[in-house]
Design a protein around this ligand. Structure first.
Ligand SMILES: C[S@@+](CC[C@H](N)C(=O)[O-])C[C@H]1O[C@@H](n2cnc3c(N)ncnc32)[C@H](O)[C@@H]1O
Length: 258
């Protein structure tokens, strides 16, 4: 699958098209807190931080400092400033942080974009402190959720099955780097408070899978969605199920620095 260029169209629509309702922000803050190491404050790496949807939230939740590492300058430039956050040019394969500096790393929908996943897993192991954890919010090809928008864009599901790694492959990848399984949680989040709001957001095409769909399929799907949204009598919230995988660095595997 051709890599998605976030410095192309995506960075111009992502922050608006993927903005989170307040309820959803709280859902994720609780999910991250439940699986993070217990001590506070935590130094956090937001790897593939994009427009910083979660980066300030991580600082507020865990006390900071937080490093948002992101290869796309267009995405990085959209991010809001926060006193405990630093946004850095970098990527999963080359994280611009010293050894053993982070207690927690978040990979929120970034894993499937890595060009060299084993190199990224080794980098995570390098920058984590002993007992550090990795939270991976991803879709897994063998655990595809039933997503409303897939019904409107019939090719999307197949594209995502080819784009996302399977859960066993992901576990093997990270186990080889000394990161072992802790938990797999299915998180239900509010995607939009109504079908109309959902349709309005999808019109921005701020999902990288859209970059692989034909213009004809996109237009047809958006038209069908707009028709259904126009027929909505009372607001019908749209929910989304996704996986949050938690891994931990085996203490014996951590780099020696403190
Ligand atoms: C779907 S966005 C997710 C952004 C953010 N985590 C969020 O949830 O809003 C995927 C992000 O991964 C970034 N990305 C692409 N290749 C990457 C790599 N090799 N390492 C780290 N991030 C990468 C993209 O530039 C993009 O900002």
């Amino acid at each position: 699958m051709k890599p998605v260029d976030y410095d192309g169209r995506q960075h111009t629509v992502y922050a608006t098209g993927r903005a989170l309702p307040g309820e959803t922000t709280r859902t994720w803050a609780e999910a991250f807190s439940a699986r993070a190491p217990a001590q506070r404050p935590l130094t956090v790496l937001d790897l593939g931080s994009g427009t910083g949807r979660f980066t300030p939230l991580l600082a507020d939740t865990f006390g900071g400092p937080v490093y948002g590492v992101e290869p796309s300058s267009g995405m990085r430039e959209q991010a809001a400033a926060h006193p405990a956050v630093r946004y850095l040019q970098g990527r999963g394969e080359t994280v611009p942080l010293p050894d053993s500096t982070c207690d927690l790393a978040l990979l929120f929908l970034s894993l499937h974009h890595f060009t060299d996943p084993p190199a990224a897993a080794a980098e995570l192991r390098r920058v984590l402190r002993p007992g550090g954890r990795v939270l991976i919010r991803s879709t897994f090809s063998d655990r595809m959720p039933d997503l409303l928008w897939h019904r409107y864009f019939p090719s999307a599901r197949g594209i995502e099955e080819r784009t996302f790694p399977s859960l066993p492959a992901t576990l093997d990848l990270f186990a080889a780097a000394g990161l072992e399984f802790v938990a797999l949680d299915r998180i239900r989040e509010l995607s939009a408070p109504s079908l109309a709001a959902y349709a309005e957001r999808l019109r921005l095409r701020a999902i990288s899978t859209f970059e692989h769909l034909s213009e004809a399929e996109i237009e047809q799907g958006l038209a069908a969605l707009a028709t259904d949204a126009a027929a909505e009598q009372v607001p019908h919230p749209v929910y989304l199920d996704s996986d949050l995988l938690t891994l931990a660095l085996r203490r014996a595997e951590a780099s020696c620095a403190g």
